[in-house]
Design a protein around this ligand. Structure first.
Ligand code: C2E
Ligand code: CA
Ligand code: CA
Length: 787
């Protein structure tokens, strides 16, 4: 199924010689390559807008919720247990119940710390400030405890900070506590939808630096930064003990030895809960623990949206600038970026992918729209919209190639094969070098090429159609598809309309089975005329009223009228005479020729009875397409009509014309039926078309009519003279009557008589006339001419 390029080169050399193009030469590059240029421009525009959109959305944090949500999803997928080295001791509902208080007192806290230190914990961090005095006794107890365990205990604090218009005052432990204990910041920053948190590693108060709780727990002493805790650490796996259990010595020391401890709360009514995406309400202290675990596993680096955007810019760039026009880089980025975030999470590089994904989505939709409108990706070819420029097209001819049967052919083909087929045609079309872009639309190819004069254009179109037909049947082993070309030369019309007209012309060429149709003014006129003729025919058939006249047939020896040919002479109300030939062609094309024949025959048989009354030997001739002979119904209807009207069959002659080959098998029975009734057959237009010697043999006729073409040229052309002489001799040797038609001069009549021609017909004797006139003429018995 693959076209061979070797054969292509061979065929291209066989293209008929090209005629000179019309001056002025069009700026070819400019006009012909404009489809490509248009596509490129549109794509560039989309690319730039997409990237700008991405940058702006990054600047205003537009896709933040999506970013956080996707980060949460990643964390969920990377979920792992938290290491056991940091434990939480929590004031839970069991603690409050057992102690019977609203909160443990500072004395309880002191006892707790003593217990923890005794168990051998490493450090103790309160997620609570101890900022207000309690009772003098418990405060003193607490202070003494701090003194005892200097260097082991951190108290929570919050620096003052500003959120929008709200100023939050700093919260510090009581002065007396601060002297003996370290402090760690409890502050974290939640994102607008609380889907993520950012912690500082340290805060500054009055020139002194304090670690955050997470940094204190992790023992982090690197440079100050803000980081995102990695939610992959599952909060529910953090070792957690009830405050009261520790206080009452119910937690074995082995579980606490060497661990760092955060003391927080998780009783139901505590306000210290935060929503962790996909995890639900999580005690605030857990965030600090997860932060600490994050810091311990590697200090996170925030790369923001830069790397993702860079990748997307490169993908968009390679799509718009690349030759291949493959969407692969875009898909690569669309799939790769979200995946890339996983390993980066793992090595503690935070990237934001959403602004880049937005840019990518924008670009993807834009490119897709362009592709849909201007580009048919099935077959890897442009659509005609890409050709439709508002630029003038006066210097160009618009071509359309309709591949008949493409739909059927391509049914068995894969899209790839269809694409190959279409593109091999495009290569052929572009081969001669004058065509620019070739677009694909429905089952047609459309392209533009420099304008040519009419003669050259016809020759070119014919050659091109032939070449493509050869190419298709040769390369694709498909004889079923005949290419038909339509060309528009309405130079003043907009290109879009011209493309439509060219496609219509190609469709019509395909329907009519011709190689090409040039849609110019003359063609439009001819088509309108044909349409008008069809209307007229329709009316005539409907009203069963089509005018006929009779042209006498003269016996050359005696000058007497021996018969007449029925010819359509019809003047529909208020209109001119219709051209009989055109009317017959229209009837044949619309498959209504038999109806027409019967209407003409009915009128002629009725009239003809009067002529027979005057001369019983009178022969009435009626024209019939030889093809109709194969129609048994028509024959049956004819016989019935003869009987109904009472016209003697032996007075009727059928003049048969034929443009296509006759199938003798199909007509043989009908011919014998006609012969049996004595109906005469006459071969019309002998010497033209199919009416040759072979035809003579096939049709057992009684009469032969020499075409007027030869008769009229007899006087001036040796050849015509010889044809007429030979025809007369052949006819006579076969026992047939010879009639010469189109006799216009006395000289021709004399020559025919001398050659022994039996009958003549022509303007010399009479035009086609109405029956009453014919009867008068017959009454005169002899045509005056020869008197
Ligand atoms: P045809 O059968 O060859 O008819 C003869 C044509 O030659 C007629 O043209 C007639 O008017 C024309 N003619 C006769 N004498 C002369 C002459 O001396 N000089 C010249 N130049 N022409 C002459 P018409 O009537 O225009 O018909 C054209 C064709 O249309 C006919 O050619 C025939 O093929 C077809 N036609 C006409 N009437 C009928 C019909 O009723 N049925 C069918 N099937 N075809 C018809
Ligand atoms: Ca005829
Ligand atoms: Ca004829």
């Amino acid at each position: 199924m693959t076209p061979s390029l070797a054969s292509l080169a061979g065929l291209l050399r066989r293209i008929p010689g090209r005629a000179e193009k019309l001056a002025p030469e069009p700026p070819e590059e400019n006009v012909l390559q404009s489809g490509e240029a248009l596509l490129r421009r549109k794509r560039n525009k989309v690319a730039i807008f997409a990237i700008l959109f991405g940058l702006v959305s990054a600047a205003i944090d537009l896709p933040l919720p999506a970013e956080d949500a996707y980060r949460a999803v990643r964390a969920q997928l990377r979920s792992r247990p938290a290491p056991p080295d940091i434990v939480m001791v929590t004031v839970d509902d069991a603690t409050l119940n057992e102690l019977g208080k609203e909160l443990p007192s500072r004395s309880d806290d002191s006892a707790l710390v003593d217990r923890l230190v005794a168990a051998g914990v490493d450090k103790i961090v309160f997620d609570r400030a101890h900022a207000d005095p309690e009772t003098p006794a418990s405060d003193a107890t607490f202070e003494r405890m701090l003194e005892r365990h200097k260097g082991k205990v951190w108290l929570g604090m919050t620096p003052s900070y500003q959120i929008k218009f709200q100023k939050i005052d700093r919260i510090l432990p009581l002065e007396r506590f601060r002297q003996h204990a370290a402090m760690a910041s409890m502050t974290g920053f939640a994102s607008p939808f609380s889907l993520s948190v950012v912690f500082p590693t340290s805060v500054d108060i009055d020139g002194t630096t304090y670690p955050s709780i997470s940094a204190a727990l992790a023992g982090y002493d690197g440079s100050s930064l803000r980081y995102r805790p990695d939610f992959a650490f599952n909060p529910w796996t953090i070792p957690t003990y009830s405050y009261v259990d520790v206080l009452k010595g119910r937690v074995p020391a082995s579980k606490l030895r060497g661990r760092s401890v955060i003391i927080g709360r998780s009783f139901f009514e505590s306000s210290d809960f935060l929503v962790m995406p996909l995890k639900g309400r999580v005690p605030g202290s857990y965030f600090h623990v997860i932060g600490a675990q994050t810091l311990k596993s590697g200090v996170p680096t925030d790369l923001y949206w830069f790397p993702a955007m860079l990748i997307v810019v490169m993908a968009i760039g390679s799509y718009t600038l690349g030759r291949s026009r493959s969407a692969r880089p875009l898909w690569f980025a669309a799939v790769g970026l979200p995946l890339l975030a996983f390993p980066l999470d793992e090595v503690r590089f935070n990237i934001d992918i959403m602004p880049a994904m937005l840019a990518l989505g924008f670009a993807g939709i834009g490119f897709h729209r362009i592709a849909k409108k201007y580009y048919s990706s099935d077959v890897d070819a442009m659509t005609t919209s890409a050709l439709s420029l508002d630029k003038g097209s006066a210097a160009l001819d618009v071509y359309a190639l309709r591949i008949a049967n493409l739909a059927e052919m391509s049914e068995e083909w894969s899209p790839r094969e269809l694409g190959e087929f279409v593109n091999s045609l495009i290569t052929y079309i572009k081969g001669p070098g004058e065509a620019g872009d070739v677009a694909f639309e429905r089952d047609s190819l459309v392209w533009l090429a420099p304008r040519m004069d009419k003669v050259s254009l016809e020759r070119h179109a014919d050659g091109l159609a032939l070449m493509l037909k050869t190419a298709i049947s040769y390369d694709w082993q498909s004889a079923s598809s005949t290419p038909a070309i339509g060309i528009d030369t309405n130079y003043s019309l907009p290109l879009g309309q011209r493309i439509k007209k060219a496609m219509q012309a190609a469709d019509e060429a395909a329907n009519r089975g011709v190689r090409f149709i040039i849609n110019d003014a003359a063609y439009v006129e001819a088509r309108n005329y044909r349409l008008e003729i069809m209307r007229v025919l329709e009316k005539g058939l409907r009203e069963r009223k089509i005018g006929v006249a009779y042209q006498p047939k003269i016996d050359l020896a005696t000058g007497r009228i021996v018969g007449a040919e029925t010819l359509i002479r019809w003047k529909p109300d208020g209109q001119d005479f219709v051209n009989p030939q055109e009317l017959v062609l229209a009837a044949e094309a619309s498959d209504r020729i038999n109806e027409l024949t019967m209407i003409v025959m009915e009128a002629a048989l009725v009239d003809g009875r009067e002529a027979i009354a005057l001369d019983p030997g009178f022969k009435l001739a009626i024209n019939m397409s030889a093809k109709s002979l194969s129609d048994t119904h028509l024959l049956f209807d004819m016989m019935t009509m003869l009987g109904r009207i009472g016209f003697p069959a032996e007075n009727l002659t059928l003049e048969l014309t034929e443009t296509a080959k006759l199938e003798d098998k199909l007509i043989a029975p009908q011919i014998s039926a006609l012969n049996a009734r004595g109906i005469g057959l006459s071969i019309d237009d002998f010497g033209t078309g199919q009416s040759n010697l072979e035809y003579l043999e096939k049709l057992p006729s009684s009469e032969l009519k020499i075409d007027k073409k030869f008769v009229q040229h007899m006087a001036t052309s040796e050849e015509s003279h010889a044809v007429v002489r030979a025809t007369i001799e052949i006819a006579h040797s076969l026992g047939k009557v010879v009639v010469a038609e189109g006799v216009e001069t006395e000289a021709v009549a004399d020559q025919l008589r001398a050659m022994g021609c039996d009958q003549a017909q022509g303007f010399l004797f009479s035009q086609a006339i109405a029956m009453p006139e014919l009867l008068i003429m017959m009454g005169g018995k002899r045509i005056v001419v020869n008197a």
